[in-house]
Design a protein around this ligand. Sequence first.
Ligand code: MD6
Ligand code: FE
Length: 215
Amino acid sequence: MGLTHDLFAPVLAGEADPPGLTHLPAFAVPVEQELLAAINAVATAAPFRHMLTPGGQHMSAAMTNCGEVGWVTDRRGYRYDRLDPQTGQPWPPLPACLTQLAGRAAAEAGFASFRPDVCLINRYEPGARMSLHQDRDERDFSAPIVSVSLGLGATFLFGGLKRTDRPHRLPLVHGDVLVWGGPTRLNFHGIAPVMEGCHPAVGRRRLNLTMRKAL
Ligand code: MD6
Ligand code: FE
């Protein structure tokens, strides 16, 4: 191998996935239309909103949920709630296409019979981001998390167990699925500010579905 080849090989191959994180490129593309229709139906019953953090800031990503519970944040803190605080109604049920996709993706990553009970839906417009955080509001950390990206691409930041561990940067595009669990379940992670753009099927936004077992 020549010097030039060696220098460019890591770029062409992309950075290896960090251990404890399975990246399934384009895994959700075959069901993209079903997913987008399901998201629209959920958002009709439980509209996207910019929730308030306990610190009093509005999140730059708008959120809604479906499932037995939904993830919420307000002045009182982060938690799962059976009712949508905005409508006073239960969250819309988890559509079968989401549960099935999550089960298949988890199996692919080595987690048999994963059955989520909640899907948090994040909507990012260009400039929106998610700062480094841990997902720790669930009861049982043995279940994995399945995360589906649709629309505009973004850089996923995957750190370690300490906030100060320098994160890997993983580019995600439309249809990519991440599965994550086991020893890295509590790793810090986030989303770098979404770049300007327009996706042919989704428009000027990134949608993320995060399916979890919260109860
Ligand atoms: C997002 N995702 O991709 C934010 N958390 O928009 C998350 O915070 C996340 O993708 C846990 C597991 C997978 C994720
Ligand atoms: Fe998260």
